[in-house]
Design a binder for this molecule. Structure first.
Ligand code: MIC
Ligand code: SF4
Length: 644
């Protein structure tokens, strides 16, 4: 039986476990990436492991998220990360060089290699046939130290593409269609693999838009084959030596096949407040808009910028609209500045932002009250823009630029025939904003520069024999990590200070939660389906850990967040009978007795609701390794112990 592409890369990197779907396997990791909002914590964890030099083929530390320096905190973090990188053998992409995923695709990604990154959109590099997976910071720290990365051997879903996109229909519309079909939880435990004749019609940046936003499906990753088009891209980046051809065997067997005919797609938008709330433009109508933001790791490539500049050429942004554009990398910004595309944007009235995440993570450009904002980003969770009642629609750059001129949500097909937008034979290559690490022989001379806002990892303790505490919070379905640990310009500078950032934990749902949980000292959170979807931020587990949360009981978990809870030593439990969710109220006293024995004996644990005077069963679906991590009180303690 032939193999899928994902299976081939997994099998070439598997170092523990069997190629058996649903079981835990360990992967050798070739490359890692971090960004600054998760990076400080990841490097504190790396330092705590006491390993002098990273053991990967390439590790890169990016500064792209916390670039707004409205106090000393972010600048201190940048300096800290830069010094750790220098000392420990990590490439350092300085602020201004661009968004981690865009730059990694351009300069570092290699087909067939494995990459884990402390950011959920790491699968972007699946666009060049890399097995690229988002993970918690601690998992990335372990991988930098030479440790394996553990995943559940995923099901492989094939999306077979046929046909060709019509003029002004974009890669964004492809992934929105996939989200419409599979929903934000349809990818959990799965790898999405793209094949078919339609693949040949998509350039690398278009493929990368699709794999990037595969994160919104909850998928482990998404991947395209590495073919002639990949070779052209790698050549133009001066990296053809890193290219190799990779594809699935013709008789590969997939767990599920979805057919999408690119020729049938039309422009779409994900409506507030979920990336899977997808509708065709004509279903939504010509709604009046207040703001347009173009950029983010999903849609900030040179190709995207060229299309935007073409649409804006000779026009003026509508008087009622604010248009901001953040090109994804220094390479993109430099090229559009030289070829005149940037001048067209400036002429039209666009507000040009630095090459960074910016508005995507609420770092500025929050819309006006109740404002309607079209964004080429990947997430439109409530409040993420920084304006609680902001109405965010996720769209292609083509829709965004055309609507910015019109003043309402407009269909770019009205423009008429689309010219051909080709990628250059040679990208502008200048890696001067990537600082190389100090050679190993001089590493001990490099001082680590710590700012006063950088606090250590929260205190952990081995799993308690009896957990007896109140339910401090009950929430519903699809709780995102933006609910659990909000981001935005005010809170992000606290990423390296868990005691302070914890004061914002779950405040989107309940402003009193942090003080209540702290007062209780120990507590349990109850949630619905797909709890923890969205980002990889381990702060969504570390803040609850700091606030004394011992277990989270839900109907189901998102993949990265579940791993982060385990890494933090918090029990991720699921209801055996979902009806028990309805019976629990906030404030109920719950007890789990003989935890260690119960966990050693199997997957089912008994929980007593002391107030309700009844018992119910929950499931702990983890591997034996993860049980051992939970017994130790988290991955850091477990790793320190196993390193002796
Ligand atoms: C996001 O898009 O939510 C982020 C900010 O990039 C996160 C990482 C973080 O919270 O720092 C992600 O996607 O993992
Ligand atoms: Fe940055 Fe937004 Fe991409 Fe996250 S999704 S890495 S915040 S651009």
């Amino acid at each position: 039986m032939g193999k899928t592409l994902a299976e081939k890369i997994i099998d070439a990197h598997i170092i523990e476990g069997q190629a058996e779907k649903g079981t835990e396997i360990a992967l050798r990791i070739d490359q890692t990436l971090t960004q600054d909002a998760t990076g400080t914590m990841a490097y504190l964890e790396f330092e705590a492991m006491g390993i002098p030099r990273v053991k990967t083929e390439r590790s890169v530390a990016y500064i792209d998220h916390n670039t707004l320096q409205s106090g000393f905190e972010n600048a201190d973090d940048h300096r800290y990360i830069g010094s750790v990188a220098k000392k420990h053998g990590i490439y350092f992409s300085r602020p201004g060089n661009g968004i981690c995923h865009q730059v990694h695709l351009e300069r570092f990604g290699i087909p067939g290699k494995t990459l884990i990154g402390s950011d959920s959109h790491t699968p972007t590099c699946g666009g060049i046939g890399m097995l690229a997976i988002g993970a918690g910071g601690l998992d990335v720290a372990v991988a930098m130290g030479g440790g394996a990365y553990y995943i559940t051997y995923p099901e492989i879903v094939n999306i077979n593409l046929t046909g060709k996109l019509n003029d002004w229909v974009a890669a964004k519309d492809v992934i929105l269609e996939v989200l419409r079909i599979l929903t934000v939880k349809g990818g959990v435990g799965k790898i999405i693999e793209y094949t078919g004749e339609g693949v040949k019609t998509l350039s690398v940046p278009e493929r990368a838009t699709i794999t990037n936003m595969g994160a919104e499906l909850g998928a482990t990753t998404s991947i395209f084959p590495s073919d002639e088009i990949t070779l052209e891209f790698m050549k133009a980046q001066g990296r053809e030596k890193d290219w190799s051809p990779l594809s699935a065997d013709s008789d590969a067997v997939y767990d599920k096949v979805i057919e999408i005919n690119l020729s049938n797609l039309t422009p779409m938008a994900a409506c507030p407040h979920s990336p899977d709330n997808v509708k065709k433009l004509d279903e939504i109508g010509k709604i009046k808009i207040d703001q347009v933001c173009i950029g983010s790791c999903t849609n900030s490539s040179l190709l995207d910028m060229l299309k935007v500049a073409h649409i804006l050429d000779g026009k003026t942004v509508h008087p009622d609209v604010s248009l901001s554009i953040a090109p994804g990398s220094k390479q993109v910004l430099n090229m559009i500045s030289k070829n005149g595309a940037l001048a067209k944007m400036i002429d039209a009235g666009a507000r040009i932002l630095e090459s960074a995440c910016g508005p995507c993570i609420g770092m500025g450009q929050s819309p006006n009250s109740g404002g309607i904002s079209l964004r080429t980003f990947n997430r439109n969770f409530e409040g993420r823009s920084g304006t609680k009642d902001g109405q965010i629609y996720l769209v292609s750059p083509e829709i965004a630029a055309y609507s910015a001129i019109k003043g309402y949500l407009a269909d770019p097909r009205e423009i008429g025939e689309m010219p051909e937008f080709a990628l250059p034979d040679k990208f502008e290559i200048n890696d001067n904003m990537v600082t190389l690490p100090e050679c190993e022989c001089n590493a001990d001379k490099v001082n680590i520069l710590r700012g006063p806002n950088i606090k250590s990892y929260p205190v952990t303790a081995p799993l308690k024999e009896t957990i007896l505490c109140k339910c401090s919070l009950k929430v519903g379905d699809n709780i995102t990590t933006d609910h659990i640990m909000p981001a935005g310009a005010k809170i992000l500078p606290l990423r390296s200070n868990i005691p302070e950032i914890s004061k914002h934990c779950f405040t989107v749902c309940d402003p009193d939660f942090p003080s209540r949980a702290k007062k209780l000292e120990e507590s349990i959170i109850v949630g619905g389906n797909n709890y923890g979807q969205g980002s990889s931020r381990e702060h969504a587990a570390l803040a609850p850990l700091y606030l004394g949360v011992k277990a989270v009981i839900t109907k189901s978990f998102a993949r990265i967040h579940k791993a982060n809870l385990i890494n933090a030593g918090i029990l991720p439990l699921t209801f055996v009978d979902e009806l028990d969710y309805d019976k629990i109220s906030e404030g109920d006293i719950l007890s789990i007795e003989n935890t260690v024995e119960q966990i050693k004996a199997g997957d089912i644990l008994e929980v007593k609701n002391i107030d309700g005077k009844y018992s119910f069963n929950v499931k702990l679906e983890v591997s034996d390794r993860q049980k051992a991590i939970l017994f130790e009180g988290g991955l850091l303690d477990y790793t320190k112990k196993s390193l002796g």
